[in-house]
Write a protein that binds this ligand. Sequence first.
Ligand code: NAD
Length: 550
Amino acid sequence: MAIDVESLNARGKAALAALMPDPVALVSIDGCGPGGNFGREGYASGALRESIDAAWVCSYAALTGSEIGKLPQIRVADVPAVFERAREVQRYWAGTRFSQRRDLMQKFIDGVVHARDELLDLIQWENGKNRACAFEEVYDVVANAAYYGRHASKLLAPKRTGGAVPLLTYTRTYHHPKGVVAVISPWNYPLTLAISDALAAIMAGNSIVIKPDSLTPYTALACKALLDRAGFPPDLLQVIIGSGPALGEPMIREADYVMFTGSSATGATIAREAGEALIGFSAELGGKNPLIVRADAPMPRAVRGAVKACFASSGQLCISIERMYVHTSIWDEFVPAFVQEVEAMKVAAGFDWEADMGPLIGESQFNKVREHVEDAVAKGATVLAGGKALPEVSQYAWAPTVLTGVTPEMDLFANETFGPVVSLYRVASDEAALRLANTTDYGLNAAIWSSDMRAAQKLAVQIHAGAVNINDGYAAAWGSMKAPSGGMGISGIGRRHGLDGIVKYTDAQAVATQRLMHIGAPGRIGPLELGEKKWAELLSVYMKLKKWIG
Ligand code: NAD
């Protein structure tokens, strides 16, 4: 059935207008206030385009293929001014109390909840994903805002720590904001990956400059609109638009910390640039995530859970499952049931809650999925479900695909597809499943289905992955806001969520106060002569005790 492009676009436009009447006004161009040196009107009308050498980034709705609009791309030469403005705002923000920040965060949550439907429409319109997966994003933003809003003050409170000399040294650790945090975000979860890491950084007292992916800039601008509406200082969070390779290095040169989410290849570039700039960075990268179906997997729960784990957001989810290791004793029960459930999935381009999957984001992702599947089939893989485009749904829709007979020569064996394709492998034991699960250099997310919690836990800690979900695909670990989330191996450096997710945006400082005497040989105390030699002897006794004291 052909989609009604006109009515879908009308609803997308209405959501955009409700969230931000003037998106161009939300874009930071050179940090000198709206319109920078050139006047916002010039940008809006396009009149200054040639004279200031600013290109426009044109965005298209993945749901319909239609143009959403044009946004001004920042010139590389203007990046320092944006960070200068961010630095100015940060100096003020660092002086605010946690309670003030928390109150604003709570207003922001109210705004997000109130704008829920418009946000869902905009995410879907811009990214193409189904509504239930768009909802995951809105929920995740609220979860992050609520967690860091309420807990930042405790997580970052000055803490008394053991001093150099017991009783004589009083030491406290403080956490100071880094300053300006650059956030570079991808298109696949355009709301939560643009804003959620920034929320923790804001609670820690930093200001933010975000560069969203040019495929989904409007959803990132919606975050800014909601923060502004909640009453956060204007320009505490600025959004700049443009190409990643062009803006990455200039941003990193100006920033005090960089939070990157995207591919492992770009993560390596970011790491090199952050290293040269001697700033900290955190990188949430790609995955080739395994799921182990043990012989005692609870049926039919495991089947339904595995379908969601593989095909949420059309598989364009860094933590979605692309490899499944099924115990041979359950293969004949699990695999047909899984294939049947996959074939029953509804793939559609629309705003209703019925679709299980939407179209892919665009041409390049569509081509990658098609090439991976074609390569696998040409080299002998068998298609159990899908394996084809769905032009009747939309230009870039792809059927949820299940493969068997996947071998190491095939491109998708160890490389991330980042689409709705899963490879099934029959295994004879937990040990075999574990060995195969740990064969790639990635280590982001993993899942186990089992009825034996002890056995599953034992298996879980041996999997090379930053998160392992037992009897769930990804949401259990992802939603555990107090637990660190991130990748091992080439899947990431650093963690989001929990203490790690906020401490990284601070510089720790130890302030040690020495009571009675400074540390060193005291010389003469009354009749006692404590020169360097005697002092060293005294410390030598202390050294012997140290292994008991710690
Ligand atoms: P990508 O690395 O190409 O792009 C991500 C962002 O980086 C975009 O904003 C892009 O403009 C920018 N960018 C690109 N080159 C850059 C450079 N040289 N310097 C600075 N910035 C640059 O990623 P993609 O392929 O579009 O996104 C999908 C990838 O992201 C997948 O591998 C996926 O697994 C990963 N991802 C990881 C997580 C996670 O939390 N671990 C979440 C979402 C996506």
